[in-house]
Design a binder for this molecule. Structure first.
Ligand code: AMP
Ligand code: MG
Length: 428
């Protein structure tokens, strides 16, 4: 079933106003429009890191394959430990990981066992070696009731049970997942194909690295932040450079981008003044909406579907200011790209932290301030804003380790008030 067009989705949305869209409305439209790419490729396990699993991984075996010991010690029958005084048990064998103790263990007997060794038949419990009282060649003495039945025994299938899903499709494979899949003996995994994303910057004032900086010009930084963000998401990227503010050049770039990619991300040229001619070009190529979103930074943004020579692509026309481009990417493009990549969960954990200073804020727009999250002397999360928050000050983003999200309705914040914080850093 073809996905609905942007216009169709918008027509169902109550209170749609392109000049005053809330962040939530814009996110909802974007999310509803896009659908996952369907082709799938099979990759060797290591190369699947960061890719999106295309099918559930069903465990073909139990992990662990059999009950085994979680400690170095003695495998015993817990009933032998009941009673009053210390218990003497006869040591009838030694076993360690990779071995199988062949004979069944009888009453009054035990087996010296190492971590990971399969539990000998008849034994149900492991007494750690540090708990025993005396050891000879053939016997071991341990206090009565030193362990309860089942202690220090890892159960067959307690990690992964044969026939049940070990990982669900849509998962972005992380290091632990590679290990998990390897523990099942699986060497190849089905993943969605990479999403192809073309991107370029627009503006006559932009100079590429290596070019002299003429008077009134700036180096093109957006292409580098976009490169980084797209690369981190695992997209297959096509860097199309800088495109001049010229109708024919913009049309040619958009056509070529959409013929060669699933998604086109541009920066610049959607703010007032330039929007009219960008609008004409973009609108000529498809169903594109121009939004003034109630947010800061990042107010203007274009979103839609463009087509050329029978090929279509989603378009994100991001604003030009360096911080705005990052914020609109993170809060609109990112979710859409993840969805197109086939990823299931894109919810990031939002923390609450005490603001270290007052923050001026008017209700009626969402603000994304750049912050530094730390802990106060008692370990409670606190956040301070990274200096000037102008949308051209990329340093604010570079210094930050988090984004402080001040919601649409939120008024000014007093020092000590709790605010929503989204960490930029992750362990993996
Ligand atoms: P625009 O949205 O095209 O009006 O651009 C807004 C501001 O962002 C202007 O000051 C531009 O010079 C600046 N800008 C636009 N694109 C880039 C870019 N690729 N790198 C750095 N600054 C940019
Ligand atoms: Mg411009």
């Amino acid at each position: 079933m073809p996905s609905p067009s942007v216009s169709e989705i918008i027509s169902c949305l109550s209170g749609y106003d392109p000049d005053a869209l809330t962040v939530e409305q814009a996110q909802q439209i974007v999310r509803q429009c896009v659908a996952p790419v369907d082709s799938v490729e099979r990759l060797a396990l290591r190369t699947a890191l960061g890719r999106v699993l295309a099918e559930d991984i069903i465990s073909p075996i139990n992990v662990p394959a059999q009950d085994n010991s979680a400690m170095d010690g003695y495998a015993v029958r817990a009933v032998d430990l009941l009673g009053e005084g210390p218990v003497d048990l006869r040591v009838v064998g030694h076993t360690h990981a990779g071995m199988v103790h062949e004979s069944a263990v009888k009453a009054g007997e035990c087996v010296r066992i190492m971590t990971g060794a399969p539990m000998p038949e008849g034994c149900d419990t492991v007494v750690p070696q540090e708990f025993v009282l005396t050891v000879t060649e053939t016997t071991v003495t341990m206090p009565a009731a030193v362990a309860k039945v089942g202690d220090n025994r890892r159960l067959q299938g307690e990690d992964l049970r044969e026939g049940t899903p070990a990982l669900l499709k849509g998962r972005i494979l992380r290091p632990a997942d590679l290990g998990l899949i390897a523990s099942l003996g699986i060497a190849e995994v089905p993943v969605r194909r990479r999403l192809r994303v073309a991107f370029f910057s627009t503006g006559n004032e932009l100079r590429s690295l290596g070019e002299p900086l003429d008077p009134g010009c700036v180096y093109d930084s957006n292409r580098y932040t976009l490169y980084g963000m797209l690369q981190r998401l695992g997209c297959d990227i096509l860097d199309m450079g800088v495109v001049r503010d010229d109708e024919a050049a913009l049309e040619a770039a958009l056509r070529s981008a959409c013929e060669n990619a699933d998604v086109v991300v541009t920066s610049g040229g959607v703010s007032v003044g330039e929007a009219d001619y960008t609008k004409q070009v973009m609108a000529r190529l498809g169903d594109v909406k121009f939004w003034k979103i109630a947010m800061r930074p990042g107010r203007p943004m274009a979103f839609g579907r463009i087509a050329s020579n029978g090929k279509a692509a989603w378009l994100f026309g991001l604003p030009g200011n360096p911080v705005a481009v990052m914020v609109t990417f993170y809060f609109f493009a990112r979710v859409a790209l993840l969805r197109m990549m086939g990823a299931q969960s894109d919810q990031l954990p939002v923390l609450r932290a005490a603001s270290q200073s007052d923050i001026r804020k008017k209700p009626g727009r969402t603000e994304y301030q750049r912050g530094i999250l730390s802990q106060d002397s008692s370990g409670v999360p606190q956040v301070r804003i990274t200096g000037a928050q102008g949308s051209g000050i990329l340093r604010s983003m570079s210094e930050a380790n988090c984004i402080v999200i001040l919601s649409h309705q939120q008024d000014s914040v007093k020092a000590g008030d709790a605010v929503d914080v989204l960490a930029l850093e992750g362990l993996i």
